[in-house]
Design a protein around this ligand. Structure first.
Ligand SMILES: *Cc1c(COP(=O)(O)O)cnc(C)c1O
Length: 401
């Protein structure tokens, strides 16, 4: 794999030079005040990205999955009922993780390509008059299918049912790339990782916790030790960590927030929307349908494209890797082989997206998938050049230091 080519997987994402430099840092004594000076702005910065003023931010050395585990074990007890929809590989894995912790998961199965069903949630929550359900799980952006769920609608469902369950949201592939409003949407726990919208190497589990989530911690009886919120909160507030922190990543996180804020968070979201729309127009020009069932569900960070009957989406990915040294995402779980994915989140530009579209086009043509070379590229070019926002040479993606 030539490292000069961008990756088009939906995480880990391309690391801008500026962040590679930020994470490259000599050893410090993490028990010294210097570390506290690094941790504080990182936690404060993430709060702004999550749009929470009431919440707390905790960082653990782990990935998004570790953040799920931390969320579940710190707020729930074995046997507790939780409500979740299964509509892709990541929502399914979250359900499996809950079952691993002996939670009683009520699963609403939905076709892969649909979102989390707020209306069905509302029915189940309204019927649960005894409030046995302790948490509702939502995968904001199902990275397997390229589907964005409406978190606000799920909050409305909880409120309409007058239900006190916690709202736990997987924002691993949406936070810092797509609109996310922790306080406004009444999200109790938001989880993500360093290697997607934050454009950093993997290794940090990032959590936003509402006061209500923190209030549940003492009552929760799931076993937890490494991920105990209480120890981490106490240490973090004192400017430390209960164990050795990944100093470089925490330093990088502050820098990543700075990059996002220099560009402007709303502009970051708009950039992702444009990038996604160009990729979707390319797919339309190829006459290949998306996995997402409806435009209202389209993800702005990853596009999952169906290949025609008789072709294998995984072969597109394998060929692109072998012949063009470029990474796309394979289909996962129920849609394995039926789709391939173009990730377009993080440090991505129109020019990079066009390279990805051109490469996917070549790989498909090589396999005999009936796409006309240039068709997808032209559709995206047309869209990008007519919707480009001039931003000058100080664009954060290019700024070196
Ligand atoms: C990537 C991803 C995860 C898993 O995160 P890891 O960092 O690989 O543990 C979970 N949920 C979603 C939606 C993701 O995109």
């Amino acid at each position: 794999m030539h490292t000069q080519n961008p990756v088009f997987i939906p995480g880990p994402t391309n690391i801008p030079e500026r962040l590679r430099r930020a994470v490259d840092y000599p050893t410090i004594d993490h028990r010294s005040a210097v570390f506290g000076q690094m941790l504080k702005p990182a936690r404060e910065g993430v709060k702004r990205i999550l749009k929470t003023e009431k919440g707390e931010v905790l960082l653990f050395p782990a990935t998004g999955t570790g953040a799920w585990e931390a969320a579940v074990t710190n707020t729930l007890s074995p046997g507790d009922k939780v409500l979740a929809a299964c509509h892709g590989m990541f929502s399914r894995r979250w359900i499996d993780l809950c079952r691993g912790h002996k939670l009683n998961v009520e699963v609403i199965d939905r076709p892969w390509g649909e979102g989390a069903p707020a209306d069905a949630f509302e029915k189940v929550l309204s019927a649960d008059t005894g409030h046995k359900i302790k948490a509702v799980l939502v995968t904001h952006n199902e990275t397997a299918t390229g589907v964005r769920s409406d978190v606000r609608a799920v909050r409305h469902a909880l409120d309409a049912a007058g239900h006190p369950a916690l709202l736990l949201v997987d924002g691993v592939s949406s936070i810092a790339s797509m609109d996310f409003r922790m306080d406004e949407w009444g999200v109790d726990i938001a989880v993500t990782g360093s290697q997607k919208g934050f454009m950093l190497p993997p290794g940090l589990a990032i959590l936003g916790l509402s006061p209500k989530a923190l209030a549940a911690v003492d009552k929760a009886e799931c076993a937890r030790a490494y991920f105990d919120f209480r120890a981490m909160l106490k240490a973090s507030d004192a400017g430390g960590f209960p164990y050795t922190p990944p100093v470089g990543l925490i330093r990088g996180l502050t820098e990543a927030v700075e990059m996002l804020e220099e560009e402007g968070l709303e502009k970051v979201f708009a950039r992702h929307r444009r990038l996604a729309e160009g990729v979707r127009r390319a797919a339309a020009a190829w006459e290949l349908p998306l996995c997402a069932a409806d435009p209202s569900l389209y993800s702005d960070t990853v596009t999952t494209i169906r290949v025609p009957e008789g072709f294998d989406g995984t072969e597109v990915v394998t060929l692109a890797a072998d012949k063009y040294h470029t990474a796309f995402g394979v289909g996962l779980g129920d849609v394995a082989g039926k789709v391939f994915r173009i990730g377009h989140l993080g440090a991505m530009t129109d020019v990079m997206a066009l390279a990805g579209i051109a490469t996917a086009e070549m790989a498909m043509a090589d396999l005999g998938i009936p796409v006309r070379l240039g068709a997808g590229v032209a559709a995206a070019q047309d869209y990008y050049r007519n919707s480009a926002v001039p931003h000058g040479a100080d664009h954060p993606v290019w700024k070196a230091a």
